[in-house]
Ligand binder design. Structure first.
Ligand code: RB5
Length: 150
């Protein structure tokens, strides 16, 4: 199950992604917003991030105007690795190397066609282990406050 969320600035991209998922039979859960009225992006970042962090959804997609604000908010939830993506290489590598669990994009900087392509790449790319697991363990320690340079 994929969690979907956006503010007014990313509503167009989420609509395009939903259309693509419907056509492909991909399951998703919507966390709003549901129109282009102005709203606060941290609300939707939090809803989607909680759903992913608590295991209700495996991954999430969040869109705002730039993808940046909503990613900053989502990354405050423990266990979330939300990545702003604006090219195909980033969509692939943030899965392979960063094990990103939320894809963030911006409706004011990315076309609907590109957003659908980045989502498809993100969802179809496997995570790589090895040295990347070690680095992610370091990030978790930073999150927990147990990281040490000694
Ligand atoms: C809303 O106007 C805008 O600030 C928001 O969509 C996003 O771009 C924040 O990072």
């Amino acid at each position: 199950m994929i969690a979907l969320g956006c503010d007014h600035g990313g509503y167009n991209l989420i609509c395009a992604i939903k259309k693509f998922f419907d056509a492909k039979g991909i399951n998703y859960k919507e966390f709003g917003t549901f129109n282009e009225d102005s709203v606060d992006y941290p609300v939707y970042a939090y809803k989607v991030a909680k759903a992913v962090a608590e295991g209700e959804c495996e991954t999430g997609i969040l869109c705002c105007g730039t993808g940046i604000g909503i990613s900053i908010a989502a990354n405050k939830v423990k266990g979330i690795r939300a990545a702003v993506v604006n090219n195909e290489f980033g969509a692939e590598m943030t899965r392979r190397h960063n094990h990103a669990n939320i894809l963030c994009m911006g409706g004011r900087v990315t076309t609907e066609e590109d957003a659908v392509r980045y989502a498809e790449i993100f969802l179809n790319t496997p995570e790589e282990g090895g040295r990347h697991d070690n680095r992610l363990a370091m990030i978790s320690k930073i999150e927990d406050g147990t990281f040490s340079l000694d």
